[in-house]
Structures are given as structure tokens and as C-alpha cells.
Design a protein around this ligand. Sequence first.
Ligand code: BGC
Length: 471
Amino acid sequence: MGQMGKMPCSLSSVLERVIMVEQILSEFRLKKEQLKEVMKRMMREMDRGLRVETHQEASVKMLPTYVCSTPEGSEVGDFLALDLGGTNFRVMLVKVGEDEERGWKVETKHQMYSISEDAMTGTAEMLFDYIAECISDFLNRQHIKHKKLPLGFTFSFPVRHENIDKGILLNWTKGFKASGAEGNNVVGLLRDAIKRRGDFEMDVVAMVNDTVATMISCYYEDRSCEVGMIVGTGCNACYMEEMRTVELVEGEEGRMCVNTEWGAFGANGELEEFRLEYDRVVDETSLNPGQQLYEKLISGKYMGELVRLVLLKLVNEELLFNGEASDLLKTRGSFETRYVSQIEGDSGDRKQIYNILSTLGVLPSELDCDIVRLACESVSTRAAHMCGAGLAGVINRMRERRSPAVLKITVGIDGSVYKLHPCFQDRFHKVVRELTPHCDITFIQSEEGSGRGAALISAVACKMAACMLTP
Ligand code: BGC
């Protein structure tokens, strides 16, 4: 650390510099009133998304999932679960069994496969052929190629379902762009790819969003879990809504899980006064400009890039790195989101911050390190607060509909930002609780929720199919 360059400046110029940095970063700070406003607008869009006459133009689509509150019990046995939604694709073998104490037991084996940029942005056929290839590899490794297992597919993109095992992809998000998938039945694409290979058979019984899989997997631990949320590469939430208000689906009784797809919030201008110059650049240079604006303020796909743009602004204002950025720092995507977690997790000796900045080709002073940390805190705190306002909207809506004196609710959560950032959770929980009076909220983290959830819902779907077949 001895080699850290010291800024040749007096105390007053240090102070001046810090004040100017603070001024630039203060734009990220949201007052409680502003968060309330975000929450109110979110609730309004949710309402519009649920109603037939406003659904089309609503930014928050509130997609019915056909996952209902009337459990039919579940089958036991082996299930295959697939999880597609980020840079990795996972295949899992899930054994659902009976357990004397809790009524059920789940064991998993899984294998991770990385999805190349080419697969993400080529054709749908290429992407699904690759997925089928991965499944085939997994079945070989597990020596179960001969078995025709029921399969649950966690597909973490906006899907308009017709049923639990049928739904069309509305639009890609998170850097996926495979052509020929949007507007098509995703389960059909998977079935076709499996047929094309012809070396194994599968019975695709359910497709769910990752928020839904997370909620289901947590529901089995805690029967009050009626909300699922992801803050990872993308950001989204689902919750159990009263059937009578899910106007897109017939029926009045019970509840259905609604995938809010709140990441798209902002498409009707609801976030304009909160979006900053950095947000606009992130959006304009993304694969889906004008879309997923709320998600772009929060999720891991964009957080590092937001910080990088803030750092470049500070460099341009001569407030950082002596006014000079390295070529690497000037390169889009070079500041990874995990750096934000690592920098804010620095124990105070600045070692971690120094190391990260060195790998980016800059030699920071101690003050530079502190300023970089402030920039990270500003971006990630705004993300936590914005996200908190959204979840508070969901929970307040549930309380309004159910009208208990106190709504007792559990939220199942997954995602790298939520799990790995050292302060995101606390900041997020605090805002949610501040904005939800008369609610008693428990947050639980899901473990392998995507895979376990998909398998569990498949087990339920199999049971339902069996029920329908047996007179
Ligand atoms: C997708 C959602 C998903 C979320 C978290 C978003 O980009 O639209 O369907 O739940 O990411 O993975």
C-alpha cells in the first residue's frame, strides 16, 4: 500500500473536492416522500396491469402464472429442473420424497453450464439446441438417459401463459436477444429442440418464472410465503393475488400467483424525474433501449456500469484519479457489479478497493479510494431504496385487498445482489418496513430456489394431471 500516490493538495482543497463529489452523488439520494411517490405509481401500474381494459398500455404487466393457491398435494419421485435466466444455465435432478416430520423432502444434484454471448444473441434454435445438448450431457453424467422424467422449467423472462406448461415469450431482457423466440411458445421451442436431438425424452409439465420458483421453494419452509423476489442479474417480484382481481383469467375463487414483471416499470414515463444522466447512457447503450427502466436502476446487470459512468463523470470534473481515467475504465462493462460489493465490503484499510482499481489500470490515492467507495454506496443504496419502494407497493396492495389489522407475510428472495452485497439487504429491509405500516414482514433467502421450486411445482402439476385423468 506504500506505493499509493498521495494527492499533493492542502486540507482545504481536499474539503472542497469532497464537497463537490458529495454534490454530484447527492442526486442518487431519494427522500422518503420520493420513495412513497415511486411506490404509489408502482401500485397504480400494478392495478392497470391487472385490469383487462388497461392491461395493454400498463408498463407493469402483472402476468398470470396459473400457479394457484389450491394445492392438490404433490407426487413424489424424480424430477428434472432447468434454470435459464442469466449467464449460466443449470440442470438439476430433484428427488421429491416424503418425510415423516415435514411431509416432504427434497434432494438435488445439479450441473452448471455457461451460456455464451453467441448463444444469447444468435437464433432461438441455436440457444435451445445448446440447452438440449446440456440436458443430454447431464443425463449421461447421472446415468438416467433412458428415463422419461417430468421436467420443470424455470425460465426467467416475461411470459404470457396460457397454462402452467404453455406460454409465449413477450420480450427478452438481461442481454438475451436470440431471434425467433419472442412471440413463441417457449415450452414448444424446448420440446422441438429435444426432438431434434432425439437421444432422450422429457415430459415438460411446468414452466415458471424464477420469482415464482423462489416463492414456491420458500413456501415449503414457511406457509406465509406469498411473495417471491429476485435481485440478481435482473429484478422482479411475484405474489399471490386474489383471483377475482386477476381479470385476465376467468374464475373468482382463491388466489393465483401473479408475475408482476415490475422491471418494466417506467416505460410510461413513471420514473423520468428520478432517472439520471448515467441511467440514460446505460439504457441507450443496452440491447433493449427504453425497456426495463426500473430494472436498470437496480439489478446486477447494470449496477457496475452505472458506477463506472459515475466514476468517469468524477474524473471529467477532475475530482478523481488526477482527472485521468485508464483505457480499461473507459471501456464499457469493465467495472463488474461484484466490484461494488467488494468495495463496499472493504474493511477500512482500502486494500480491496486499491486492488480492484489497480486491476482497472489506475493507481489511486487514499482519497480516490474513499471517493470510489462513496460512488458505489450511492448507486447501490439508490438501488436498494428503489427496489424497497416497489416491494412496499406489492405488500401494501396485498394488505388493502385482504384488509387484516396486521398483514403477516413472508417474502422469499434470491439473487446475487441481494445475497452477496454487504449492505443491500439492510437498506432494502429498512425502506420496505418504513413504507408498510401495519405489516409484519419476514424475509427469507431461498436456497437453490429456482431448481427446487420448478421441481416442486412440477410435482404438483403431475398430481393435478393425474387427478384429471382419474375419474
Ligand atoms: C425478467 C424477469 C425475471 C427477472 C429476474 C427480469 O429481467 O424480466 O422475468 O424474473 O429478470 O431474473
